[in-house]
Design a protein around this ligand. Sequence first.
Ligand SMILES: Cc1cc2nc3c(=O)[nH]c(=O)nc-3n(C[C@H](O)[C@H](O)[C@H](O)COP(=O)(O)OP(=O)(O)OC[C@H]3O[C@@H](n4cnc5c(N)ncnc54)[C@H](O)[C@@H]3O)c2cc1C
Length: 440
Amino acid sequence: MINFAVKLKTMNIPLSSYPRIVIIGGGFGGVSLAKKLSKKEVQVVLLDKNNYHTFQPLLYQVSTGGLEPDSIAYPLRKVLIGYDNFYFRLAEVTEVDPGHKKIKTDIGDLSYDYLVVATGSETNFFGNTEIEHHAMSMKSIPQSLNLRSLILENFEQALLTDDYHERDALMNFVIVGGGPTGVELAGALAEIKKGILPKDYPDLDTRRAQINIVQGGDCLLPGFSSQASKKAEDFLEELGVQVWKGVRVTGYDGKTVTTKTDLVFQSAAVIWAAGVKGASIKGLDAADVLAGGNRLKVNEFNQVIGYPEIFAIGDIACMATEDNPRGHPMVAQPAIQQGRLLGENMVKLLEHKPMKPFVYNDKGSMATIGRNKAVCDIKGYRFQGIFAWFVWMFVHLFFLIGFRNRMVVFINWVYNYIRFDREARLIIRPYKRDYSQFKD
Ligand SMILES: Cc1cc2nc3c(=O)[nH]c(=O)nc-3n(C[C@H](O)[C@H](O)[C@H](O)COP(=O)(O)OP(=O)(O)OC[C@H]3O[C@@H](n4cnc5c(N)ncnc54)[C@H](O)[C@@H]3O)c2cc1C
């Protein structure tokens, strides 16, 4: 016999005889779980600090004017249309109180019978507050729009100066981190430099614009095959990107990037893509529940160690297995697969049936470097170039939520391909950067 908590009637969520499952986060994991729980004898409350789901793999295209932000966002309320006993509330969860089976949010407290933490991850600056303050991140749509504005504003600013060094610094992009995000962003910036800047800024010598990608390790795309990693580097170099490997960035004061080597960059745009950590929540952040990278330790059923009524899925969950001793990769597929299985397991749990352990089906990795250039490692098959690029596009369209979004993205891609263009290069919400430090 399961004893369900005394429910708090807050957030105007009705009391129900069904057990209440609260899901924090409408990302890949949270949405997959919610879909699986439709038409089940449960009350589901989905909470997210945004009222939309973000398709993060295409954030870099928003940052570089290739896509409008709306085309990679999807209203979470629409995901739940037609589901009985489902409630969405726009709320940021600030604390979990496992002792009282309650969460605290910026709109009030809520009790739960089962809690699922699907909060994803956030940028990891590894404690370097100077870099955190000055560098740009690309983990959300607002951050991508900030970056888009900054890139364009830097060129507008470069037009205004007669100082040669200042102009170079304004057109010098430093991307820290050579994983898929860094590589994809570097490729997109290189294409802008080649195809768009000369037309948009005919009175500026945009040939002097530089795109640098700085990777601490000795190869790009760690985790991919050596073939894919090498090919990605070749593609970037073909596009004129300067690839720096084995170089660790140590600081950025808004003007000068310092590294562990003698290498120094003067740059007005540093993009930090060098790491992520779990987006943990107060109350579930003690050392005994957190694994490396701020992720919640979970068992093979995604139950947080020590808390049988709390589950964690996706980026925030660290399920250490023999194949993945440091947890599954922080990418979309583990989140989707864990969300789906947890939906089935929660029903089993309520029916007192044994739950099924999670086994990750690794479908492979892919990254695009630019027009006709991508690398794919899929189930033992390694291929690069134009075919890989088409596969990359198909997979991303397939996983985008919403028919309209798929259509809009597809049409944009076709248009951009034919016209060699990126029309969303708009400064709609200016990013306020202090340019005074470049004056001396
Ligand atoms: C730039 C970029 C590119 C990427 N490219 C790829 C790729 O090509 N392929 C790939 O597989 N993966 C890629 N990823 C990783 C992938 O997006 C993540 O692994 C995936 O989103 C994880 O899913 P999730 O459900 O765990 O979290 P998320 O999808 O991040 O969702 C978390 C949700 O929780 C909400 N939330 C967080 N904290 C709170 C809180 N306290 N209260 C309320 N709501 C909260 C957030 O608003 C968000 O909606 C990329 C990520 C980034 C940032």
